[in-house]
Design a protein around this ligand. Structure first.
Ligand SMILES: Nc1ncnc2c1ncn2[C@@H]1O[C@H](COP(=O)(O)OP(=O)(O)OP(=O)(O)O)[C@@H](O)[C@H]1O
Ligand SMILES: [Mg+2]
Length: 598
C-alpha cells in the first residue's frame, strides 16, 4: 500500500471544525423537523428521568418519616409513570434519530457514488478502488454515528447535567458542592483518556483499511496467487496485518477498561462522601433522610453523562476526520470538463483527424509525439506498432478520456474538447483490449441499459459477430448469468460480446482495439467477413498485432515509440521495405514455421 494512502487514513482531525460542521449540518437540514422533534423528546426524557429520585425524596420526607401512608400509592404510580414515560420518549427519540442517520447516510452514499462515477478516467489511475470503497462505506458509517449518538444526544447529556445540578443545588447547596468538587478529577481523567483513545482509534482505522486493501487485492488476484503458489506468503502477510490491527484494538480496549472503572471510582467516591457528610448532617437533623436518598440517586445519574460526553468527543473527532475525507472526494472536480460554449455534433460524417498531437500521462514522460493523421469518413484505418507504442492511448484521446497537451483531435473538423462528452461518446464505440462485462445476464450486458432495443435487434447483432452460436448453446441462452466481470465465459466469448455491444451502440466511429486477439483464426475470419459490410457505413480504426487482419485497410499507420513512422496501404508499405515490411515478413515466417495442423 502506498504511503500516501496510510497517511490519509491516519490524519488526525480536530473534534470540531466549524467549516466541516456547517457542511455536515447541511445534510441534516432536509430532516430538521425530525431533528427538532428529537431534541425536544430528549429534553423530555431528561426531565422524566429527573423526576424519579425527587419522588423518592417526597415519599420519604413527607410520608414515611412522618408516618403518613396515604400518599404512597399515588407516588408509587407516579414513579412508575415517570419511568414509563422516559422509556417511551427515549424509544421514539432513538428511532427517529437512527432513521435520520440512515437517511443522511443514504443521501451521502448516493451523492458520493454519483460523483465518483463522473470523475475522469485519470482520477482512477491515481486512486485505488479499495480507498474509494472505504469512503463510501466506512467513512459514511462513521458519520452515521455522529448523527445518531452525537449531535442530538450531546444536548441531552448537557441538559441532564444542568438539570441535575439545578435540582441538587435547590435541595441542598452545600451537599451539591461535594459532588461538584469531584468534577475536575473526572475532567482530567476524561482528557487523558481522550488523547490516548484517539491515537488508538486512528491506529485501528488505518490498520483495518490496510487489512481490507490487502484482502481485496489478494482475492481479486486469487488465480495468480494460486497459480504461483503464493498462498503461504499471502497468509503470513495477512497474519501480520491482522495481528497489528488486533494489537491496535487491544490498546484501545485497555484504555476503555481503565477509563470506565476510574469514572466509576470517582462516582463511588462521591457516593461515599455523601453518605459520610450527608449522613452526619442527617443525624444532626440539618438534612432530611429523603434529600440524602435523592442525592445518592442523582449522584449516580450525574456522572453517566460526563463519561458519555468524553466518548462522544471521540466519535465527533472521528466523524470530522471522515467528513474531511468525504468532502475532499466530493470536491474533486473531474479533470475533463465540458466546454462552456459546446458544439453539438449533428449528422456526424465521421472524419477523424489527429493534428500534431503530443501527450503524456505523467509530466515529462511523453507517450505520443507530434502525431498527425487523418481518417476520411467511412474509411478503415489500421494502427500497428509494438507493445507500449501508444496505440490505445491514441484511442483514449479520441474518446477524450484524456486530453492532449499539444495539438488537437478533431471529428468532422470540430475539436473534441468542444463537444460535450456525452454527445461525443454517443458517436464512438470501442471494442476495448480488455473486455469488461458486468455481473448480470448476457442480454443485460449487450443492452447496457438501452431499454428501447428489441430482443430481435440484440440477437441480430450477436448473429452478425458470430456470438449467437455460443450464446444459444448456453443453458439459459441470452438469459445466462455471466458472473462478476464475465468470469464464466472464455476470453474469446467475451470479445464477441463486446463486438455485439459496440454494434448495438450504432456508432459513426468504431474502434477495435485488438478486438479479435482472443478468438480462433476461423472465427476471426468469419467476423471479418461479417464486419466488412458493417464497416462501410462507419469510420473504423482497427488496432491489430496480427497483420493479416488489416491488409484491406484504406490506410495503415505504423506507430513507433509514440510517433508515426510510416503510413500507407499494405502494398505501399511492403514496397517501402520499412518497419511494416519487416513485421509482415516476421509474421509470415512464423506462420510458415508452425507445424502443420492436424
Ligand atoms: N493510464 C496510464 N497511466 C500512465 N501511463 C500509461 C497509462 N496507460 C498507458 N500508459 C503508458 O503509455 C504507454 C503507451 O501505452 P498504450 O496502452 O497506449 O500502448 P499500446 O500501444 O496500446 O500497447 P499494447 O499493444 O500493449 O496494447 C506505455 O508506455 C504505458 O506504460
Ligand atoms: Mg493497447
Amino acid at each position: 500500500m502506498s504511503r500516501r494512502f496510510q497517511h490519509e487514513e491516519e490524519v488526525l482531525a480536530k473534534a470540531y471544525d466549524a467549516r466541516l460542521a456547517k457542511r455536515l449540518l447541511g445534510y441534516l437540514s432536509p430532516y430538521r423537523f425530525v431533528v427538532a422533534v428529537s431534541v425536544i423528546l430528549l429534553l423530555l426524557v431528561s426531565v422524566s428521568e429527573l423526576v424519579g429520585p425527587y419522588l423518592v425524596k417526597v415519599a420519604v420526607d413527607q410520608h414515611i418519616s412522618v408516618g403518613d401512608a396515604s400518599g404512597l400509592p399515588f407516588l408509587a404510580v407516579l414513579y412508575i409513570l415517570s419511568l414509563a414515560a422516559a422509556f417511551l420518549l427515549r424509544y421514539w427519540q432513538v428511532y427517529l434519530m437512527n432513521r435520520t442517520g440512515q437517511q443522511v447516510m443514504a443521501d451521502l452514499r448516493q451523492e458520493l457514488f454519483a460523483h465518483v462515477q463522473r470523475l475522469s478516467v485519470s482520477f482512477f489511475d491515481k486512486n485505488p478502488v479499495g480507498r474509494l470503497l472505504t469512503r463510501v462505506t466506512n467513512d459514511v458509517e462513521v458519520l452515521n454515528e455522529l448523527v445518531t449518538t452525537g449531535v442530538v444526544s450531546i444536548f441531552g447529556d448537557l441538559f441532564t447535567l444542568v438539570g441535575i445540578s439545578v435540582v441538587l443545588v435547590a435541595m441542598n447547596a452545600r451537599l451539591a458542592l461535594v459532588i461538584f468538587l469531584l468534577i475536575p478529577f473526572m475532567f482530567v481523567a476524561a482528557l487523558l483518556f481522550r488523547q490516548k483513545a484517539r491515537v488508538a482509534y486512528n491506529m485501528i482505522r488505518a490498520r483495518i483499511a490496510r487489512l481490507n486493501a490487502f484482502m481485496q487485492e489478494t482475492l481479486s488476484g486469487v488465480r495468480i496467487v494460486q497459480a504461483f503458489a503464493r498462498e503461504a506468503k499471502s497468509m503470513s502477510k495477512f497474519e501480520r496485518l491482522n495481528a497489528s490491527h488486533c494489537e491496535a484494538y487491544l490498546k484501545s480496549i485497555r484504555y476503555h477498561a481503565i477509563f470506565f472503572p476510574v469514572m466509576e471510582l470517582i462516582a463511588a467516591t462521591a457516593v461515599a462522601l455523601i453518605i459520610w457528610h450527608g449522613g452526619v448532617k442527617t443525624l444532626e437533623g440539618t438534612l432530611t433522610l429523603g434529600v440524602l436518598i435523592a442525592f445518592l440517586q442523582y449522584t449516580r445519574r450525574f456522572f453517566g453523562p460526563i463519561s458519555d460526553l468524553s466518548e462522544k468527543y471521540n466519535s465527533m473527532q472521528a466523524a470530522m476526520a471522515s467528513s474531511e475525507r468525504i468532502f475532499k472526494l466530493l470536491d474533486t472536480v473531474p479533470e475533463i470538463q465540458d466546454s462552456p460554449s459546446p458544439v453539438l455534433l449533428k449528422d456526424v460524417r465521421g472524419d477523424v483527424e489527429f493534428d500534431r498531437v503530443s501527450f503524456s500521462y505523467h509530466e515529462g514522460e511523453e507517450v505520443l509525439r507530434d502525431v498527425s493523421f487523418k481518417v476520411a469518413a467511412g474509411e478503415t484505418v489500421a494502427i500497428v506498432g509494438a507493445t507500449g507504442a501508444g496505440k490505445t492511448t491514441l484511442m483514449n484521446l479520441l474518446s477524450r478520456f484524456y486530453e492532449p497537451q499539444q495539438g488537437a483531435v478533431r471529428i468532422d473538423g470540430v475539436d473534441v474538447r468542444q463537444v460535450p462528452q456525452k454527445d461525443l461518446r454517443k458517436h464512438i464505440a470501442v471494442v476495448p483490449q480488455e473486455v469488461f462485462l458486468f455481473s448480470g445476464t448476457i442480454e443485460q450486458n449487450l443492452r447496457l441499459g438501452k431499454v428501447h432495443l428489441s430482443q430481435e435487434r440484440i440477437e441480430e447483432a450477436a448473429r452478425k459477430v458470430r456470438a449467437d452460436e455460443f450464446i444459444r448453446r448456453l443453458r439459459r441462452g441470452y438469459g445466462e448469468e455471466v458472473g462478476e466481470r464475465g468470469t464464466s465465459l472464455s476470453a474469446g466469448q467475451r470479445q464477441l460480446l463486446s463486438f455485439a455491444r459496440a454494434l448495438l451502440h450504432e456508432p459513426k466511429i468504431l474502434i477495435l482495439d485488438e478486438a479479435t486477439s482472443s478468438v480462433d483464426p476461423e472465427t476471426e475470419h468469419l467476423i471479418r467477413d461479417a464486419l466488412r459490410s458493417l464497416l462501410v457505413e462507419r469510420t473504423s480504426i482497427v488496432i491489430a498485432h496480427r497483420l493479416s487482419t488489416i491488409r484491406s485497410a484504406n490506410n495503415i499507420i505504423v506507430l513507433h515509440k509514440g510517433a508515426v513512422k510510416e503510413q500507407g496501404t499494405h502494398a505501399e508499405l511492403l514496397r517501402r521495405g520499412g518497419i511494416y515490411a519487416r513485421l509482415s515478413e516476421l509474421q509470415f515466417e512464423e506462420q510458415e514455421a508452425l507445424p502443420p495442423r492436424q
